[in-house]
Ligand binder design. Sequence first.
Ligand code: CAA
Length: 258
Amino acid sequence: MSYETVLVAKEGRVGVITLNRPQALNALSTKMVSELISALDAFEKDEEVRAVVIAGNDRAFSAGADIKEMADMTAVQMVMGEHFFPLWDKVGHYPKPTVGAITSFALGGGLELAMSLDILVASETAQLGQPEINIGVIPGGGGTQRLTRAVGKSKAMEMILSDRRLGAEEAKTLGLVSRVVPKEACVEEAKKVAAEIATKSPVAVKLAKMAVNKAFEMGLSDGLDFERELFYMLFASEDAKEGMHAFMEKRKPDFKGK
Ligand code: CAA
């Protein structure tokens, strides 16, 4: 399938989606959102793909929702239209592991997209922020919730109320991104992280991701019970037997996702 606003490639077991509207700093237009969703759908169905990278380009990861497209929309069009909301739902519930390469600006809906991914690698020059307040609105793709959980109330308030932006190192210190690398290495580093995950059991990876995500939604005691149930369940997988036997036989496991 060919796309206009995203580039799609498969590198071994890793699916790579590169946002590609450099002239608009990868602003999330309706077209880009629908192409991104369809590329994600294709990788979800593709059994060869075990992890997905979403990368920005040199100029931006994404500068957020396309303001030019959004400017004259009515509230009813927002409620009834497709626009960008399905993207965050899609990424937030994606069953395969996702890694973001924050090559440069991740602002507004761009940061919200990034925060819906599982692991973030940022370039040293990346800027992360929620500047919606400057245009008279607030984050609409989960920013007030995900950012607050990630960085705490005071920092989130400052970012959302005054457009205070985070540099990459500060974002790492706060736990919002997991690694910071030179700009030219950012996409490759994200692919490396994804490729490493792709060597693990897809069954265990899927359940591990579910369990970590539940930590944001459940109390500790329910979360621990949930984790325990998934742990028991994994003993029904061939991959768990393969992993443990490979360890004892001092060889690399060959995980089949069964
Ligand atoms: N929507 C549409 N176009 C955008 C855009 C956006 N979010 N961000 C940048 N662009 C366009 C600019 O209009 C410009 O296009 P033209 O050359 O045709 O004028 C081009 O991208 C390059 O941008 P700049 O010239 O502004 O580049 P810069 O380096 O001087 O500044 C920037 C970079 C600080 C990121 C600045 O572009 C900016 O502030 N962008 C808007 C960021 C923003 O407010 N994002 C939130 C959007 S709302 C949202 O996301 C809602 C939500 O939560 C759902």
